[in-house]
Design a protein around this ligand. Structure first.
Ligand code: MRU
Length: 350
């Protein structure tokens, strides 16, 4: 696996690989305060659900580092860190890993706040979330790969790779493991308008690993499914709901519908930190991003002035269109509410 790390932490500083300028340039931006980290998440310097969660945890470490005196109680810690926590929580609404990571930070503050070492414990937590994510992805990769038949072409959307996670990737983790097993003949990467994560990030990651990849526009999906007969669509998720519906990059729902027609199976690969057992798919908040992302391309206006623009960043694929959800704990075949909740209960008990 040769992709550079999206997130680096050393000497009490956070470094984020600027994904907006990949693959043309590999540049890291340095962060020493949490509000700039929240902006970096909002502005897509770092993106992808698990990477956003890891970054938010480091953002809380930076917030604690900035305090000039040590708060004396849990309430005083919460008060001192509340502005930073809110900025991070308000950076992007859909990826639940962000809130999962912030809630884990809350628990650390709760445990350590009355005279404990909050900064030390937050640092250990963020480093642990970061390191664990790579291991989880390798497990997801191997479970998912067990479903890929020999000589497969697979289709992926957006970037759910090393760049979107602590490393290895979720959907691309499955593809990496299946390629290692000798079962992948080729990968089709959808370009993923408007941020072009498929064109700029996924195809770059796969090329670096020597995995044969073909880049295609989204409009080619139905044609390619008929012509190339992929065995699976493999995608990541920003939030998997209690009923098994899964939010992922806009266009995933289209692909799942097209896949059904062509008899292509759909796999969602995501760690359990991407699950939200509190809501069903219809309640998942969908981020609406600025219209300029559509009206402009590389700084150049391509649509008329004053045009109305819809720019939802994610959509929700109903569980009925998903054949398998793969987590670090195994595979949920034909997901539904009972299976999702049973999977989460078993995960919590393990
Ligand atoms: O807008 P992005 O680039 O953050 O969207 C990313 C995705 O939709 C990914 O598929 C998802 O976060 C899973 S990343 C392992």
């Amino acid at each position: 696996m040769t992709s550079p790390s999206a997130i680096k932490w050393s000497a009490q500083q956070l470094q984020l690989l600027d994904q907006r300028i990949l693959p043309a340039r590999i540049e890291y931006l340095s962060y020493s305060e949490p509000f700039a980290v929240a902006e970096a998440i909002r502005n897509m310097v770092v993106r992808g659900a698990p990477a956003i969660g890891i970054t938010a945890a480091y953002g809380m470490v930076l917030a604690a580092q900035q305090l000039t005196s040590t708060p004396a109680s849990v309430a005083a810690w919460c008060q001192a860190l509340s502005a930073a926590r809110s900025a991070l929580a308000n950076s992007r609404p859909t990826a639940v890993n962000l809130f999962w990571a912030l809630e884990r930070c809350d628990r650390v503050i709760e445990e350590q706040g009355n005279g404990g070492n909050v900064l030390g414990a937050l640092t250990a937590l963020a480093e642990n979330i970061h390191a664990e994510d790579i291991k989880l992805n390798q497990r997801i990769g191997d479970f998912g790969a067990s479903l890929i038949p020999a000589n497969s072409v697979v289709y992926t959307h957006c970037n759910a790779g090393a760049l979107a996670t602590g490393g290895y990737g979720t959907a691309l983790g499955v593809i990496r493991s299946a390629y290692r097993d000798g079962n992948i003949r080729g990968v089709i990467a959808g370009e993923t308008r408007p941020w072009l994560q498929g064109a700029r990030l996924t195809s770059w990651e796969l090329i670096q690993d020597g995995i044969p990849v073909t880049l295609a526009i989204e409009g080619a999906a139905a044609h390619l499914m008929r012509e190339q007969k992929p065995s699976w669509i493999i995608v990541g998720a920003d939030r998997v709901a209690a009923n098994g519906d899964a939010a992922n990059k806009i266009g995933t729902y289209n692909l799942a519908i097209i896949a059904k027609y062509h008899g292509v199976k759909v796999m969602v690969a995501a760690p359990t930190s991407t699950f939200d057992a509190n809501i069903d798919g219809e309640k998942i908040p969908i981020e609406q991003r600025p219209g300029e992302e559509i009206s402009h391309s590389f700084g150049q206006r391509i649509a008329p002035e004053n045009i109305n623009i819809a720019n939802p960043a994610f959509d929700v694929t109903p569980a009925a269109l998903i054949d398998a959800i793969v987590t670090e704990h195994g595979i949920i075949h034909a997901p539904n509410r009972d299976k999702v909740l049973a999977h989460l209960r078993a995960a919590a008990d393990s």
